[in-house]
Design a protein around this ligand. Structure first.
Ligand SMILES: Cc1cc2nc3c(=O)[nH]c(=O)nc-3n(C[C@H](O)[C@H](O)[C@H](O)COP(=O)(O)OP(=O)(O)OC[C@H]3O[C@@H](n4cnc5c(N)ncnc54)[C@H](O)[C@@H]3O)c2cc1C
Length: 407
């Protein structure tokens, strides 16, 4: 293989390029990215980029706090990097990616186009989403300018924007249709701790009601909830999930699943020859979780990139299955929340260190008598030391014994 094309210059795309060079690939690597910027890290966008903490003054683009790698490290990868370049189609027979102004041929292809923030159904000014550096650049002066914000959706982006806005003294209402924050990823018994955290920090939390309408005359003035309540605000951030950037693959032989994700096998290979997928859009069977997984986590983008780089370069027999322990973190109110494995659904929950009341604990989550997740709040070393239990099947009782706790 002499010519690898990576489409998508986010975390997954850049780390795949780095992984190929680390493994000695000397051929051509073309990195196509729709955004005008060099690859950057998204997690700070809802944290430092809004609070300004640890950020140098000036524009966000190029700011150290947002870098994935130093410029010199990226330069050393010797990439044909093409910012502002969007893939619009794929011909897997001809092995070429279609651009607005021509085609790019490949021997091996990596799909790393990630996701975009889902936009609420309104054209009113003042209703924002947060996915890109440009989104953050647009939002940050408005927080202190208005001093008032409604956040819609208490997933990790919504929860972090809420916490960052509170750090700036902004008056925040957080609206979530589900009964607890982060319901998709954390069992409600622990999710309720996050509700309390927001309330303790002065957030007006409205759970169990969705948004019926955004109201205003050209600019948002109110958010109307499904229970009829109206919340006045000149500024909204909607953190209502993502849509995957896989439309450009339609009509190719790369199979997409019903949610638009890319169907991969356990090696992250797609249904087209020498085409792999990595990061937020990849969907693959994970033997320890009894089904397919797709992870919108920074660490997954990095780890899967290394796996894809390896599998692209070796013979079929030498490929390695990608079976990670999922991991994500979130920073809210100067507290680190970490989840290893899966935090929902769970039928067993046990606090194995600390206590919920102290806002410092490690909790085990289990399903069917097996440990499936470890959730930590302000407990990094203690949380991470249980990673090994999730690398294999560990029964609930074995897990409790390892933590020095009995049933
Ligand atoms: C605000 C925010 C905070 C986050 N915080 C955390 C956190 O605390 N912890 C955590 O674990 N995860 C966090 N995440 C998630 C994490 O950032 C993502 O999982 C990660 O960015 C996924 O990387 P990716 O490369 O798969 O996709 P992306 O980062 O979406 O990158 C894909 C790139 O492809 C480009 N692209 C799209 N379509 C095309 C096309 N047709 N042609 C060319 N280029 C294209 C896009 O412009 C984009 O630059 C956060 C995400 C956001 C948005």
């Amino acid at each position: 293989m002499r010519n690898i094309v990576i489409v998508g210059a986010g975390t997954a795309g850049l780390y795949t390029a780095a992984g190929l060079r680390e493994r000695g690939f000397e051929g051509r690597i073309t990195l196509l990215g729709e955004e005008a910027h060099r690859p950057y890290s998204r997690p700070p966008l809802s944290k430092e980029a809004l609070t300004g903490l640890g950020l140098a003054p000036g524009p966000l683009a190029g700011n150290r706090a947002l870098r994935l790698m130093e410029d010199a490290e990226i330069d050393a990868l010797d990439l044909d990097f093409r910012p502002g370049t969007r893939a619009i189609g794929l011909d897997t027979d001809a092995r070429s990616v279609k651009l607005d102004d021509g085609d790019v041929a490949y021997d091996g292809l990596v799909i790393a186009t990630g996701a975009r923030a889902r936009r609420p159904d309104t054209d009113l000014a003042g209703v924002h989403v947060l996915r890109t550096l440009d989104d953050a650049e647009a939002l940050r002066p408005l927080l202190t300018h208005h001093g008032r914000l409604v956040v819609v959706g208490a997933g990790f982006v919504g929860a972090e924007v809420t916490a960052s806005a509170r750090a700036l003294g902004v008056d925040v209402t957080l609206v979530e249709a589900a009964p607890t924050p982060l319901t998709r990823v954390i069992d409600p018994r622990l999710g309720s701790v996050l509700t309390e955290l927001h309330r303790e920090n002065g957030v007006d939390v409205r759970l169990g009601s969705g948004v019926a309408a955004y109201e205003g005359d050209g600019t948002v003035e109110r958010v109307r909830l499904t229970d009829g309540t109206a919340i006045g605000t000149p500024l909204v951030v909607a953190g209502i999930g993502v849509d995957l950037n896989t439309g450009w693959l339609r009509g190719s032989s790369v199979e997409l699943l019903a949610d638009g994700s890319v169907a991969c096998d356990v090696y992250s290979a797609t249904t087209a020859p020498d085409v792999y997928a990595v990061g937020d859009l990849a969907n693959w069977p994970h033997p320890r979780y009894g089904g397919r997984v797709r992870l919108e986590h920074w660490t997954n983008a990095v780890e899967q990139a290394a796996a894809v780089a390896h599998n692209l370069l070796v013979s079929p027999e030498e490929r390695e299955p990608f079976t990670p322990v999922p991991y994500f973190w979130s920073d809210q109110y100067k507290m680190k929340i970490q989840l290893l494995g899966q935090g929902a659904p769970a039928d067993q929950v046990a606090i194995v260190h600390g206590s919920v009341e102290d806002r410092k604990f490690v909790a085990f989550l289990g399903r069917g008598g097996v440990l499936t997740g470890v959730l930590g709040l302000r407990s990094t070393p203690r949380t991470m030391r249980y990673r090994g239990l999730l690398e294999r099947t560990t029964t609930w009782d074995e897990a409790l014994a390892a933590a020095g706790t009995s049933r």
